[in-house]
Design a protein around this ligand. Sequence first.
Ligand code: LLP
Length: 451
Amino acid sequence: MSRAGVKGGGDGNFIFGGVDVVDLAEQYGTPLYITDENKIRENYRSYKTAFETVENEIYFAVKANGNLALLRILASEGAGADVFSSGELRLVELAGIPKDKVLMNGNSKSEDELIDAVESEVKISVDSLEELQTLSAVAVEIGKEAEIAIRVNPDVSPDTHPKIATGLSRSKFGLPYQQILESYEEAKRLPNIVIKGIHCHIGSQILEISVFKEATEKMMKLVEELYDRGIELEFVDLGGGLGIPYNKTEEMPGPTPEDLAEMILPAFKSTLKSLGINLKLILEPGRSIVGPASILLSRVNTIKRAYSNFVAIDAGFNLLLRPSMYGAYHEVIVANKLSELSKLSEDKHELAVDSASAPVLTTVVGPVCESGDIIAKDRMLRPVKRGDLIAILDVGAYGFSMSSQYNGRPRCAEVLVCDGMVDVIRSRETVEDLLRNQIIPQRLERRAVER
Ligand code: LLP
């Protein structure tokens, strides 16, 4: 798979997608999300190649990155989409992803969202029995059929951050394994419900991938039991979840779609063979397609030698929540001094001598008024000064899509790079955007307050 490559220009600048990021900072300002189109295409294609021996469709998980230009790139590759709200549904429609390649997921869909899904004629992953009944009523009311899969909670335990394991028995997603058969029986009875598939998703950032084998085996056993009862399907959707190697210094290449295929395909094919049927395999990767394709470029605002050596940059958890929210690791590099690429110290506790260029144990922090606004803790970085550029790597998934305007900071711009070409794909917000939708009631208008 294509990773965020670390390649320097002649003068030690970081070149990303064929473009010198120092030039990008000058032209578009910082902070700036930069996405390499080719990496997205390569990562998508590596899934298609890995699963080519079965009928398959790759439904990109839009929650990872909902930028319209990126969705358009994926649409042009033939991707479908996993959407989690009416908003994401609208985005994929605008991007040109056909409705027969869209699955609406969600553990708490409002009635309006169910209506949108039925009206749009996309497939729906049903997360509870109550939802199934409401969906049937909605579909009858609209006079259309709702094509469904039921979301299974397969009770497998991936080795990932607990906040992003979604298929544990205690997690809020899906129906327990034991309730699946009766749920399909109910689906069969309900008017305007058409059974099309079965769905699960066990978690995200999974590097130890044997759990995918376990989940597939459980899912295919259910498929066999459904066929025993005369319930036929068109697809099995095994979700997303493949992890990426964020920590380059650990030198672990990370699992590839081919590795994933080795976990999934034996059980998938064996059930198809024993039942003498053909089913489509759907996967919903997000992170492994877009994660490595973007960097967040930021500028050093100030440096401070206190209890730690702090480098304070202009991007914080307002623009990249993952380190604060999950303690996630993202590689950081000094993008205008690449020849002095950061290296993790053997002994993190030993502060390097304060010579002009020796690496120093450094904590990179953002501008948000919270102690937890730490982007990278205790990294060995060459000393930097105000104005230097820090690139945060592998931020294409759950980066911009989880950003906020916290602390009154307008969100940053995004650019797309491709073989040296640059396009703005999201303009920088302004203070006006912070004011949008805010209303001061008439009775609080200044004159009334003064009175
Ligand atoms: N399908 C479903 C139903 C999902 O819930 C998810 C992610 C995916 C597919 C895509 O999974 P991926 O291939 O990206 O791992 N914000 C967290 C990740 C939350 C993932 C939620 N579900 C993070 O920054 O790590």
